[in-house]
Design a protein around this ligand. Structure first.
Ligand code: TXA
Ligand code: MG
Length: 319
């Protein structure tokens, strides 16, 4: 790390320890981080994001050893951490009784969502603070997740005390969230680690939450991740007055069009998803367009998470 980088981390750590907020790059999306053991600091996150409710937050730790101070690991949870951490996998695990975490982090639940981010800056910050960081995506509630510092500035402006620069996020979509209860693994949110990869490792299909039981957590709100423009999904081409988000060969040769991945690569598409939605949203506003048409994206691999975010972005507002 450069001297300037080390200085920025030291300053960020000081800000976090004093109970204030820092936007931090991770491999998935930028997070709005606060000391997860400080109630007042965690409350500031909700305030800055204008989150309608106190939904539970993910805590970011350096790795399994640090996580074990706050949550209990089953044997399978330990194996998953060994295999996939640091990386875009969040595990919901039973909270330890002696955990010093703010109750706001878990919104009163007896479980905690933990993950170890795979990004040097995030890791350096966690180690410098030596406390877990609660960090949802660094954007106002309900708007598109940020994958660059410019997105963070645009969405949160002055409500964040410092924004750490870390370039564009390599994964570009939030982590996959699984609940690990002993041997049982349930998919709560598809994300940056494909379902198939987890299933191959555990040797069986992941359980899913029945729709009727799905917790009304932020990632579960119908209209989460919404751009301002209206989205029309599974479109083969733009109509008059629409911007276009292409995928693979389903593309439009127009200044109002972008392609998630010209070669049809789902990893590249995930990394570009929020960036392109941000850009097309601005194009739509500038040109007074009626909306954004989006090409079909296959459901395999990271396509599950991409389609999940697209469907939420397309859902009617105010849901
Ligand atoms: O990639 C990511 O995961 C990003 C980056 C910044 O790390 N973070 C992120 O955090 O998306 P957040 O706080 O927005 O995600 C919170 C989600 C909620 O939607 C909820 O579904 C789930 O985590 N969650 C948190 N705690 C939970 C718990 N105890 N039980 C079930 N779900 C929980
Ligand atoms: Mg978010």
């Amino acid at each position: 790390m450069t001297e300037a980088g080390a200085k920025a981390i030291a300053r960020a750590a000081e800000i976090i320890r004093s109970g204030r907020l820092v936007a931090v790059p991770t491999e998935t999306v930028y997070g709005l981080a606060a000391d997860a053991t400080n109630d007042d600091a965690v409350a500031r996150i909700f305030e800055a994001k204008s989150r309608p409710q106190f939904n539970p937050l993910i805590i970011h730790i350096a790795g399994a050893e640090m996580a074990k101070r706050y949550v209990d690991f089953s044997l399978l949870a330990s194996k998953l951490a060994d295999k996939f951490w640091p990386g875009p996998l969040t595990m919901v695990l039973p909270k330890r009784e002696d955990s010093p975490l703010s109750l706001l982090v878990s919104a009163g639940l007896d479980s905690i969502a933990v993950r170890a981010p795979d990004h040097d800056t995030a890791q350096a910050l966690i180690k410098a603070v030596d406390r877990p960081l609660a960090a949802p995506s660094a954007n106002r509630s309900g708007s598109i997740s940020p994958t660059t510092t410019e997105h963070v500035r645009h969405s949160l402006g002055d409500s964040v005390d410092l924004i750490l620069e870390g370039g564009a996020c390599s994964v570009g979509i939030e982590s996959s969230i699984v609940k690990v209860d002993g041997d049982a693994v349930t998919m709560l949110r598809p994300g940056g680690l494909a379902r198939e990869v987890i299933e191959e490792f555990i040797g069986r299909p992941l359980a899913d939450v029945p729709p009727s039981q799905s917790p009304q957590a932020p990632g579960m709100l119908a209209s989460h991740y919404a751009p301002r423009a209206k989205l029309r999904l599974n479109a083969s081409a733009p109509q008059e007055g629409e911007a276009f988000l292409g995928f693979g060969a389903v593309a439009a040769n127009s200044p109002l069009a972008l392609n998630l991945s010209a070669s049809g690569d789902l990893r590249e598409a995930a990394a570009n998803l929020f960036k392109h939605l941000h850009a097309l949203d601005r194009i739509a506003a500038t040109h007074g367009l009626k909306g954004i048409a989006v090409a079909p994206v296959p459901m395999e691999g990271l396509g599950e998470a991409i389609n999940d975010r697209l469907m939420r972005a397309a859902a009617p507002r105010g849901a």
